[in-house]
Design a protein around this ligand. Structure first.
Ligand code: GBH
Length: 452
């Protein structure tokens, strides 16, 4: 009989699932929670598909004990969640809302009681609207307010939470919220200089959060950023194309990963941005460049690159119209992105511990057969990415964990509730949760610590 060689993951590999507060909690105006930029943005006609709002979402605010029970049943041991800043500080700064702290205390206790380790993201895009009204990410007022918020939550939860993620995907709440043509909250249209300044302010917040964890996090606390870097895939795995893909990767991520890992903006970045470069104050880069414990990466897709001709270092290739993708126009299926996406930061910046803090896929249509959502497209997507992740580990890339996005279908930002990313199906009329085929498959992967 022919046997298959099991693709095992290292002992102690962290398997988990991820969500974010604004996408699942609902209770958008309950117990003193303030308005977030997404609460406001979703009410502007035409911004979110079908006019969907975050008001109720998955009602996780009231259903978290049942959700944790389901996670336990599926064998999920690690859960990446985020905290809603406007629940803790309804006005962004000023008075803390005790009901917000109380809610997260109860939630973390329940999570732990179900045998699940929480991985807490301090900020996942839901800026208090009150701060947006005072300039939002263009202003250092937001940075100061964030520093206080980060300190407050680390002090409140740090006795039980040991894994902290500072910010989720800086690009998505800066460039995609403040640039012409962008589609995310708050939907402003600012100049290149102002947009570069918003990155810089977000980087400062990352620094403040690292400081808060070091100061108040207690024993064993660890902290890192989650970035959605731009990921490249060499067209051929030959030295010339790999070098080209690496050069492209360095150029694309200079404004976020360089200052975090080197404590400076690279000469190439400063030259490229010229007079649009961010204004940097004394002490900023020291704050931003403090050592972290890991790098979180959300890897979904990539850009094909090959060596350029003559003096041109690289060539970006456009995808054919019929290239395989999910229902999301941007989510082209490219498993090798997870291989190179993990490998380049280890090689270029010396990242010592990498966690894939998100990977997954979204579809509008998922077949129901005999009452089961048979999402074989998701099972296939995840399996193919995991094979490439396994290859990265075998090649010596220090990948320590993987979190599947998402535990359950949820509010997919500008795509509302139409686009489903969950391994658990949510019926938004009844709030019934039903594990899909992919959830059962992933349960076996986690239990056996290998690709099945
Ligand atoms: C993640 O973002 C988010 O962290 C999560 O909240 C979300 O639900 C999940 O993925 C699924 O989307 O303007 O060309 O960049 C994923 C990264 C970056 C994907 C912005 C969509 C828009 C296309 N996102 N991108 S583009």
């Amino acid at each position: 009989m022919i046997s298959t060689k099991p693709l095992r993951f290292p002992k102690n590999f962290t398997w988990g699932v991820a969500t974010a507060a604004p996408q699942i909690e609902g209770a958008a105006f309950e117990d003193g929670k303030g308005e977030s930029v997404w609460d406001r943005f979703s009410r502007i006609p035409g911004k979110v598909l079908n006019g969907d709002t975050l008001d109720v979402a998955n009602d996780h605010y009231h259903r978290y004990p049942q959700d944790f029970a389901l996670m336990r049943k599926l064998g999920i041991k690690n859960y990446r969640l985020s905290l809603a800043w406007p629940r803790i500080y309804p006005n962004g700064d000023g008075e803390v809302n005790p009901a917000g702290i109380k809610f997260y205390n109860k939630l973390i206790d329940s999570c732990l009681k179900h045998g699940i380790t929480p991985w807490v993201t301090i900020f996942h895009w839901d800026l208090p609207q009150a701060l947006e009204d005072r300039g939002g990410w263009t202003s250092r007022v937001t940075v100061d307010a964030f520093a206080t918020y980060a300190e407050t939550v680390v002090k409140a939860l740090g006795d039980r939470v040991k894994n902290w993620i500072t910010l989720n995907e800086i690009r998505c709440f800066t460039v995609q919220g403040y640039s012409p043509g962008c589609d995310k909250a708050p939907g402003r249209r600012e100049s290149a200089q102002v947009v570069n300044q918003t990155y810089h302010h977000a980087l400062l917040c990352h620094g403040h959060a690292v400081k808060a964890v070091r100061t108040f996090g207690g024993k064993g606390a660890r902290v890192g950023l989650t970035d959605n870097s731009a990921f490249s895939v060499p067209v051929t795995e030959t030295p010339a194309d790999i070098a080209a893909a690496r050069a492209w990767y360095i150029d694309q991520n200079a404004h976020i990963l360089e200052p975090i890992y080197t404590g400076r903006y690279s000469a190439a970045y400063l030259k490229r941005t010229g007079k649009d470069r961010p204004v940097v104050q004394k002490g900023d880069l020291e704050l931003i460049g403090q050592p972290t414990d890991f790098l979180g990466l959300n890897i979904y897709t990539g850009q094909f690159i090959r060596a350029g001709k003559g003096k041109v270092r690289y060539e970006e290739l456009a995808l054919p119209a019929d290239y395989p993708r999910t229902t999301c126009w941007w989510l082209n299926i490219m498993p090798q992105a997870i291989y190179w996406g993990a490998r380049f930061p280890a090689e270029v910046y010396g990242a010592k511990a990498i966690y894939i803090t998100e990977n997954g896929c979204g579809y509008d249509v998922e077949p129901v057969v005999n009452d089961e959502v048979q999402d074989l497209h998701r099972r296939d997507y995840v399996r193919n990415y995991l094979r490439e992740l396994h290859r990265a580990i075998a090649d010596g890339v220090p990948v320590k964990g993987y979190f599947l996005w998402s535990f359950m279908d949820n509010f997919e930002w500008q795509d509302g509730y139409t686009r489903r990313f969950g391994i658990v199906h949510v019926d938004y009329k009844t709030q019934k949760r039903t594990p899909k085929l992919s959830a059962k498959w992933y349960s076996t992967v986690m239990a056996e610590n290998r690709i099945v």
